[in-house]
Design a protein around this ligand. Sequence first.
Ligand SMILES: *Cc1c(COP(=O)(O)O)cnc(C)c1O
Length: 493
Amino acid sequence: MDLWYKSTRDSGLKVRASEAVLKGLAPDGGLFVPDKLPVLDVSMEELKDMSYQETAYAVMKQFLTDFTEEELKNCISRAYDEKFDTEEIAPLAKVDGTYFLELFHGATIAFKDMALSILPHLMTTSAKKNHVENEIVILTATSGDTGKAALAGFADAAGTRIIVFYPKNGVSKVQELQMVTQTGSNVNVVAIHGNFDDAQSGVKAIFEDQEMARELEAKGYQFSSANSINIGRLIPQVVYYVYAYAKLLANEEITDGEEINVVVPTGNFGNILAAYYARQMGVPIAKLICASNENKVLFDFFRTGTYDRNREFVLTSSPSMDILISSNLERLIYLASGEDSDRTKELMEGLKSGGSYTVTDEMQAKLADFVPGFASEEETAECIRSTFERTGYVLDTHTAVAAHVCGQYQSRNEDSRKCLVASTASPYKFARSVMTAIDSKYEASDDFALLEELRAVSGVKMPKAVQEILDAKVLHTLECDVDQMKQIVRDLL
Ligand SMILES: *Cc1c(COP(=O)(O)O)cnc(C)c1O
C-alpha cells in the first residue's frame, strides 16, 4: 500500500517518500511524517533467521513505498557492506545481564553510520526517480558524529555536495580530526563560533529562506539535509531495533512476544523516536527510556509537560548529546496532539520565539511510556569505571549515560523486563573522557597516547577510523560566526 508523507505543520501538504527524502525539511519548516505508521508484514519467527540486509528490506519497504524492490535492495547492499567491521552490522553484547546493541561498527565508529551509509543512496535514487537535474547540496549541522558520517557517505557521491557546520569547541579531538581531514572534491567543513543548537538553527534558517532557494535554483542547486530531521535518516534507524529483537529471540534470550525495555542516550531525539516507530510496527517494546546528560531538557519535559530551552548550555563528556533543541520531538508531539498540525505549529513557534512550550495533560498522558532519566558527569564517569572493573567492557561516554539511567530505572522500579541499551559510539572516539574515567592517572597523557592506552586496557583493536586520522593531513580550516553561515554557503557555492 502506498504511504504519503505529511508535514507536522501543514496537513495540506502531501508528498511521496522519495520527495520527502529529497527535500529533507518541509517548506513550512515542519518535519515529514508518514500519514500512518506501517506495521511489519513478516513475523518475528521469519525475522529471526534474517541477515541485517534482509531485515533492512523488510522494514524499509514498509516506509519507502515508492521505491521499487530493485532500487531499495540496491541501496541496502551498497550501504551495509565491508564498510562495517562485522557481518552482523549491529552485534549484541551481553554485559552483566544487559544487552548492548553496538551501533558503532561502521566507517566512522558512531551510530550515525547506521543511517548515513544508506542516506546518500536513498537520496541519489530519489533524485533519479523525481528527474532532478540540480546538484543536491547537503547542509549539515553536527554535534560531532553526524558530520563525519555524512561526509564519509556523501564524499564524491555523483550529483551531490556537502557542507558541514560543527561547533568549534564542542567536539572531541578525534571527532574534529575525523572531519577536518575528510577528502573528496565535493566536501566542505566549517567550524562555527557557537554550539550545536546555533549550528542547527542556522541551517534550518537557510532551508526556510525561500529567496536563497530561488537564487540557488537559478545556479542549478537545491538543498537537502543529512540531519535526523530528514525522514531518510530515521527510517534506516528503525531497522536495528527490529533486528535486535529478532536476534534476542534467535539466541533464546527472550521468548516470542516477550516485552523488553529500550534505553537510548538521547540528543536530537532521532534514535529513540526510531525505537518508538519500531514499537508501532509491532516490536514488543514496553518502556522507552530516554537518557540525557546534564543538558536534561528532555528529562524535564517528560516530567512536567513543559519543554524549556531557556537554561545554561553545558559542555559535557558526551558532546553528541549536548543539545537543547531536540528537533525530532516535534514528530512525537505531532502524534501526541492527535496529528494536529495547527497545534504542533503553534507549539513549535512558541519554542522558536520564547524558547518554551507546554503540552496539555491529555497529550502528556499519551507519552507515559517514555521514561526519562539523566546522568551527571560524575555518574557517567563512575558508570564507565565500575562497568570496566566488574566486566572488562569499556563503554563510551554516551552509552555510559544510558547504562547509568538503565541501572537507576531498574533499582527504582519493580520491572523485570530485559533491557536493550543502544550503544552509540566506540570508546575510541572519546578516549580522553573514557580513560580518565577509568583512572585519573591518564589525565597527564596526550590524546594520541591515550588511544594506545585504551587499546591496552580494553583489548579491543584500534578501529580503522582512528588509525586513518593519526597521520592524515588537515584539509579544512574555515571558521565563521553564527550570523555568517548564509554568506559562507553563498561563497562556497
Ligand atoms: C547523535 C548521537 C547521540 C544522540 O542521538 P539522537 O538521535 O540525536 O538522539 C547519542 N550518542 C552518540 C554517540 C551520537 O553520535
